[in-house]
Ligand binder design. Sequence first.
Ligand code: FAD
Length: 412
Amino acid sequence: MTAAERYDIVIVGAGHGGAQAAIALRQRRFDGSIAIVGDEPELPYERPPLSKEYLARDKPFERILIRPPAFWEERRVTMLLGRRVVAVDPGARSLTLADGSAIGYGTLVWATGGSPRRLTCTGHDLRGVHGVRTRADVDRMIAELDGVDRVAVIGGGYIGLEAAAVLTKLGKAVTVLEAQDRVLARVAGEPLSRFYEREHRVRGVDLRVGVTVECIEESRGAACGVRLGDGSVLPAQMVIVGIGIVPAVEPLLAAGADGGNGVRVDAHCRTSLLGIFAIGDCAAHANAFADGAVIRLESVQNANDQATTVAKAITGDAEAYAAVPWFWSNQYDLKLQTVGLSTGHDQAVLRGDPATRSFTVVYLKQGRVVALDCVNATKDYVQGRALVLARAAIDPAALADAETPLKTFLAA
Ligand code: FAD
């Protein structure tokens, strides 16, 4: 192996976590060699706009780059793009790439995210069926859009609903198909789900809950509709599948790392393999905001903050990961901002009237604030963060009074 093929730090995955790990290492004056290996051909870019401004063609690709090209050169970060890691040898501290080449590392940071979960039914791989994860995915969708009148979105999670909002604004007839009895069931409480269902329906989206998909119908090698569990067929020339991701961790698990649904990491994002960290969507960690449950968080916040945790550990300033989870989603003119984790809440308190399109849902667990979903309510989002951090115990009736600023409760 030549000297050029070994780096002090190799980061696998040129996404949010991978980019931020390199940025944070240089900010912390790490002076060794750093390489990022990414299987996409592009420099690191922001993924959230893919189902928002980029799909809507409101933002060109250059404007969603995480840093301009010159940044990486100036910081001496070697970009090895369009290259996929297929195996890890932790003993030899070496990676094997799909092209058969090898790269040595001193420390490895695994930041590979995941790939969209695919349907398993007949027709799942037809032309016109799309996952939404990469620029290439969305470019393929955009290239087909002119010939598309009807779109079926399978999955009423954030990505599916955001895509539905954009495509409705572009004049397409959109149907959302959700298997559960409400949209956003995995991530939000019922008041929020019902609000978004109404907002989509008012704009003409045919939003159906409690429906199952039997298969994708084909015409001349392309999707032409979705056959539902009740036997009916919904015509659609484009099918968008937003049913979650499968974490990209096979090479690490094959190398012996603990894990399953993601690779298991400790509070410093160390895997069970010596010299190997994992961060972002693929990292299963015990999260204090989920009462210590081992979870994977799929958010920019988590990818960035875990990247910083790793940079601190590598530069000898280790600090356990304890960041407050936050997230956002844009649909139509609605800006949702979430802080904390609502999973496992036993009470949801509504602040404000959803009919005004500005309100907050505060989630409590055993009388303590664990999360907030704020719709067009940035003040609540900003002030509510401290309540989540403090796990504040607040009278639900007082919380429900939207006239009382949330910061009042912290002072009390
Ligand atoms: P990624 O950013 O996915 O980066 C992983 C990279 O690793 C990818 O480029 C992947 O191709 C590459 N890779 C995988 N395997 C290999 C391999 N073996 N070798 C080399 N490279 C590999 N989060 C929010 O907080 N707010 C939002 O509004 C929001 N909207 C989103 C909208 C969309 C359409 C999507 C897809 C995601 C959205 N997210 C949002 C989630 C957020 O983008 C992710 O949580 C974040 O990108 C995770 O960062 P990551 O570094 O873990 O993974």
